[in-house]
Design a protein around this ligand. Sequence first.
Ligand code: ADP
Length: 345
Amino acid sequence: MDEFEDGILNNELRDEDQFEVRLRPQKLDEFQGQTAVKDNLKVFVTAALGRDAPLDHVFLSGPPGLGKTTLAGILAHEMGAEFKVTSAPALEKPKDLAGLLTSMSEGTLFFIDEIHRLRPAIEEMLYIAMEDYELDWIIGQGPAARNIRIPLPPFTLLGATTKPGKVAGPLYSRFGITVRLELYSEEEILLVLQRSARLLGIRCSDEALRMLARSSRGTPRVANRLLRRVRDFAEVLHDGTIEEPVVTHALKRLYIDSIGLERHDREILKTIIRNYGGGPVGAETLAISVGESIDTLEDFYEPFLIRSGLLKRTPRGRMVTPQAYAHLGIAHTGTEDNGNEPLLF
Ligand code: ADP
């Protein structure tokens, strides 16, 4: 994905997110929100433990920063099993996957991120490994080449993706458990923030946390990052306690508006209004117009704009809604924009 400079809300993993690893829940009970998902997973884990069998393969999908990797780690912890992590782009050659598969122990939870990006040869190998717990390996070359099957210990594959629609049918169908994470509600994000504030020993008022929850795009990673930034403002410019005025000040300095849009979100909406009469405009064209990769546009920006009721995906392309005009303070003809950022705070 493309990098973009001022996006505090961009939830690509960064160095400072090492810090976030400390906030990562280890157990299902520490994982906030997503109750239905958690309740089902508890049943599947308890059943597998009761049968002394590995957990069925788990498919995890949803926008970045919602807890796919965290859940995978939690499942390993709950199963009391080894946890191995890789991502599809890191698996360049069949031997890369073979190396990982053959070093697993019984019941290992093997996490592959961005599973929609597997190369075909590796995907084929994975089918057999998932279904038969065997590694299909070619030895020799040319006419003398032959396939051998190497037994693998029973294991659980955890495949995560932000683009479930791009995962091949045969691969998808080999997962016995599917988990789809949706953007969190404000209440759920509040729980995430309360937990993080407690773990980090941050003093804050409930109202201040609620304001932060409203500005966190329904995404735990964004919420944690915002909390850290607002703590900086509280410590440097105030007495260290996070109160509403501190949050208001910090959000303004970070160009995040009252409903959690950052400058780039507003640019996307304005571009559709100014350049395309409010839409519809194709995703590729829009991505080029706003200088983003299509992945960043689709995975990061759009889910929240859609949930906020400001953007619609239609068969003919993306369209802004009347609420977008109202939020941006632009008259509904699509041409009355004076080009200034409206006062949103
Ligand atoms: P993904 O793999 O979906 O991109 P991660 O699992 O890396 O997301 O989650 C990002 C961060 O958000 C984690 O470090 C964790 O601290 C936090 N997080 C995610 N989901 C939750 C949750 N349900 N409860 C508490 N913290 C969470």
